[in-house]
Every structure is written in C-alpha cells, then in structure tokens.
Write a protein that binds this ligand. Structure first.
Ligand code: ASP
Length: 407
C-alpha cells in the first residue's frame, strides 16, 4: 500500500476513534491518551523535528550553491516573495469577505463578560526583519531560529559558488549530508501513519464537542475560506502560471498535507513537504530547498485567513463597525502577522492580538476562539504548506521554460 494511502487511512481512523471516545467513553480518554496516543504522536513529532534544522541548513546551502548564478537567486527570490505576498493578501480578503457574508459573530450568543485573554507582547516587525541576520549562527541552530538559519545558509551557499573548486570538499560534504538527511526523512516517514493516528485521536478526543457546536458558524467560515483559497487561488495559479493540472498538484502533495494536518506545524512538516514536492511534483532540489523552508517560516495563508475571519468575528461579537480604512489596516497587519508567525502549533492565535490591537478591538475576544482553535490550526497548517508547494511548482516551471527558451 502506498504511504499516502496509509496516512489518509490513519487520519480517518484517528478522527473516528477520537470522536467515538469523545462521545461514548470520555472517562477513559485521559489514560489512553497519556499512555498510547500522545506517546505515538510525540515519537513521530520528535523524529521529524530532529531532522528540521540540519535539513534546512544542508538543503538551502546546497540549493543556493546549485543555482550557480547570483542573478538567478535574485530572480527566484523576487518571484517567491511576490507570490507569498499576493496570495497572503488574497487569503485575508477571502476570509474577511466571507465573514461579512455569513456574519458568524452576529448569529448566536457569546459570553463576552467572562472572556479573558492575556496577550503576549508580539515583537515589532522591524525587529524581526533586522534579526534575520544571525549574530551567532550556532545560537540560531540551537534555538532553531529558522529565518536566521536560512540567511546563514544562503550566505554559505553563495560563497561556495563563488569559491568554486577551492571549496569542492565542503560542497561534497553538504551534498552527502543532504542525501543522508533525505534518506532519514524517508525512514522516519515509515512511522508517519502511526504518529498521525496518535496525533489525531489526541486532538479530536480532547475537543469539547459543545464548544464546537457553539462556534460552529465561525469554524465553518474559516474552513470554507481555506477551501476556496486552496482550490481557486492555488488551483488557478498552478494551472495558469505553471500550466500544470491542479488535480495532479493536490494529489501529489496530499501526503505532506496529511502530515501538516496532524502535526499543526509547518516547521515539523518541512522535511516531508520538501521530499514530497521533489518526488511527486518534480520540483528540482535547488528550488524546493530555497522556496519551501522560506515559505514554512514566512508564508502562512491559512493563518492569515483565520486572522481575517477572527478579527471580523470579534468585531461583530463586540458590536464594533470597522471602517474601510480599518479593514485595510487589518489586511496589512494580518500580512505582517502571518509573516511573523512561527510555523509551530497555535502561534497564529497569539499573533492575532497584534491585528486586533491595530484597530483597537478587544484582545479578550481571543478567549472566545481559543477553545476550538486546535482543529482549525490543523487545517490552516495544511493550507500554509500547500501555498509554499504551489509557489515551488510555479517557480520551478517558469524557470524551466526560461532555460528551454534560452537554449
Ligand atoms: N500552526 C501554524 C503553522 O505551523 C501556525 C499557526 O497558524 O498557528 O503553520
């Protein structure tokens, strides 16, 4: 049986098992979760997290060195960042528009009196941007600071290209290191169906079904926006810009989406999303290893959608009418917030505070959605990494055509 089929079966089986325990035997859930499901999930998460930092370093260094020409790096960088910014803005606009159509905050009653949320100070975006240059790369490695590791690796890759034969030995080492890590990814993926199963049962089993009912409309609007964004924005850009079939794209990338769904973490899914894009979507290693780690760190369309819907939802619950200028502010800050969101579970909700503050909405509103955010986090993470893969396919195809027309 193919791995993707196994992962999909594990997702469905996990969902059903979690739901059955939730409905019929909630009493036994804590023990089962502690001794069976959480350990299964944790083993898998640790296994893939173990590979993330070295993979980002080896693959980006190799990718940058593989591009050869610094001009090409600039062109790919520009295409990538433009795609990220445009799609993230579209994502928020879709989220906001659907919230105005369905009015999730005006249907039902919400307990605003008891809502409490302690917002953490989000680092100013200017600081995040300046901090992408690591003062100590080793610290960046030990802390797993993705943007800093990316910057350092691009520099090393660039230097390897410039120095050519002089550093052939280091290039060989990086090449072999990359092969070694890709081998390990394939090995770890054999455990994916079991890990996925454990993670899903844990997530579904611990959800309060009443809370889900109360927040049903908000959740449906977020899910609908995620679906529309994936099908139309990614589907049409893959079809129009890369001239590839969207069905081929989604089918090929499905295993990585399944893993993102179960882990709720773009970072943790990175090794798998890269190997899936390289194997199933035929994205050259040099492009995949540049676009996808960057995307996993700064491109979060699913998160942006949630932030757009949540902002309008909270405005509706607290009876605040937002002006057009405020809506534009929401779009701009949500783009920044999603760039600043780390690819780990739940951070999108913390960054939402920044968006709310930008238009003076009460951050306590976050308390209303925090209880049901886990399920949405799973779905939006799958969308987050799909955007990165769509970008990788488009960059790869446009570069390939360029090469052909040149020769
Ligand atoms: N969990 C998301 C991710 O890793 C980030 C978020 O929206 O919380 O992509």
């Amino acid at each position: 049986m193919k791995l993707s089929t196994k992962i999909i079966i594990a997702l469905i089986a996990g969902g059903i098992t979690g739901l059955l325990i939730n409905l019929f035997a909630p009493g036994i859930f804590p023990q089962l979760d502690q001794f069976v499901f959480t350990p299964l999930g944790k083993i898998f998460l640790n296994l893939i997290n173990m590979l993330v930092v070295p993979i980002v370093f080896f693959s980006i260094t190799l990718g940058t060195a593989g591009l050869g020409d610094p001009k090409k790096l600039g062109r790919i960088g520009l295409k990538t960042i433009s795609f990220f910014l445009v799609t993230t803005s579209l994502a928020i606009i879709i989220g906001i528009s659907l919230s105005y159509v369905f009015q999730p905050g005006n249907v039902g009653t919400f307990d605003t009196a008891n809502a409490e949320f302690e917002s953490k100070e989000a680092p100013p975006v200017s600081e995040t941007l300046l901090n992408i240059i690591p003062t100590n790369p080793f610290q960046a490695f030990t802390e797993g600071n993705m943007l800093q590791i990316i910057t350092f690796s691009v520099f090393v890759g660039f230097a390897l290209t410039m120095l050519g034969d002089k550093t052939k030995g280091i290039l060989n080492l990086v090449e072999q290191g990359n092969d070694l890590l890709m081998y390990l990814v394939n090995l770890v993926m054999k455990f994916a169906p079991y890990g996925t199963f454990g993670l899903i049962v844990s997530a579904v089993g611990s959800q309060g079904l009443d809370a889900i009912k109360a927040m049903g409309l908000y959740m449906s609007v977020v899910l609908l926006a995620l679906l529309i964004h994936s099908l139309f924005v990614y589907g049409s850009s893959v079809a129009l810009l890369a001239k590839k079939s969207p069905v081929w794209f989604f089918k090929g990338f499905a295993p990585a989406m399944g893993v993102a769904f179960s882990t709720s973490s773009s970072n943790a899914t990175l090794p798998i999303s890269m190997s899936t894009a390289q194997k199933n979507l035929k994205v050259p290693e040099s492009i995949s290893s540049f676009v996808q780690p960057l995307g996993a760190t700064i491109n979060m369309d699913g998160t942006a959608i949630m932030q757009g819907v949540a902002t309008i939802f909270i405005a509706q619950v607290f009876n605040v009418d937002l002006t057009i200028t405020q809506l534009i502010t929401v779009v701009l800050t949500a783009v920044l917030a999603s760039i600043g969101t780390a690819g780990v579970p739940g951070v999108g909700l913390i960054m939402l505070a920044m968006v709310l503050q930008s238009v003076n909405l009460p951050v306590e509103g976050i308390a209303l959605i925090i209880g049901i955010d886990r399920l949405l986090d799973m779905t939006r993470t799958a969308v987050n990494i799909t955007g990165d893969a769509a970008c990788a396919v488009i960059v790869a195809e446009t570069e390939r055509k360029r090469e052909i027309s040149k020769s």
